[in-house]
Ligand binder design. Structure first.
Ligand code: GRF
Length: 204
């Protein structure tokens, strides 16, 4: 499975994916990393890997459609099978998603459908929940709204700040995202409406 990873910032999930590939627990390759942000720290994660990267900025295009066409064209020319959003801070619309139907994943640091959108860890603390976590899901046109693939809960502790909770959740993201991608690469994820069925490995 050839991955196209979309990043906007730090790139710790990209790092976790690269590490899982290196460790042999994820049978995939990263064909290209694309960022909408020329300053993304994530680019430095690619030093010495030989993995190509591209910066495609929204402001270089007169419309969202033209921007999304450029993203999809770049992925196709790199023969990408699965698009992995890893801290990509933009919503993708129909022009993009029509070309990668059922082939775009995201990780979000809450137990969806709780706390979609920005600052989910802060939202969790302000709400007062005792459990939060992370979700890997397929992407649709909504905000963090597509079919759920995997979730992992973590406790919210009384002394937590947004940062301490975010760190506890992030550790789980780094385990969960490579696992979800691995299930996809083994052909073990089946989307039926909103449900994602995980097929036992003997059945594949
Ligand atoms: C992660 O918390 C991810 O769940 C969210 O954005 C953050 C990205 O972090 N979508 P990183 O760039 O992977 O370090």
């Amino acid at each position: 499975t050839v991955l196209g990873v979309f990043v906007s910032g730090r790139g710790s999930n990209l790092q976790a994916i690269l590490d899982a590939i290196h460790a042999g627990t994820l049978n995939a390759s990263v064909g290209v990393v694309i960022s909408d942000n020329p300053q993304a720290q994530a680019f430095s994660r690619l030093d010495g890997t030989g993995i190509p990267s591209l910066c495609i900025e929204r402001r270089s295009f007169s419309s969202r459609e033209a921007f999304e066409t450029a993203l999809a064209d770049a992925l196709e020319s790199c023969k990408v099978d699965l698009v992995v959003l890893a801290g990509f801070m933009r919503l993708l619309g129909p022009v993009f998603l029509r070309r990668f139907t059922g082939r775009v994943m995201n990780v979000h640091p809450s137990l969806l459908p709780a706390f979609p959108g920005l600052d989910p860890q802060g939202q969790a603390i302000r709400y007062g929940v005792k459990l939060s976590g992370c979700t890997v899901h397929f992407v649709d046109e909504g905000m963090d709204s597509g079919p759920v693939i995997l979730q992992q809960a973590v406790p919210v502790l009384p002394e937590d700040t947004t940062d301490t909770l975010a760190q506890r959740i992030l550790e789980q993201e780094h385990l969960l995202y490579p696992l979800a991608i691995s299930l996809y690469s083994q052909g073990r994820l089946q989307i039926c409406g909103r449900q994602v069925k995980i097929i036992e490995s003997e059945e594949v």
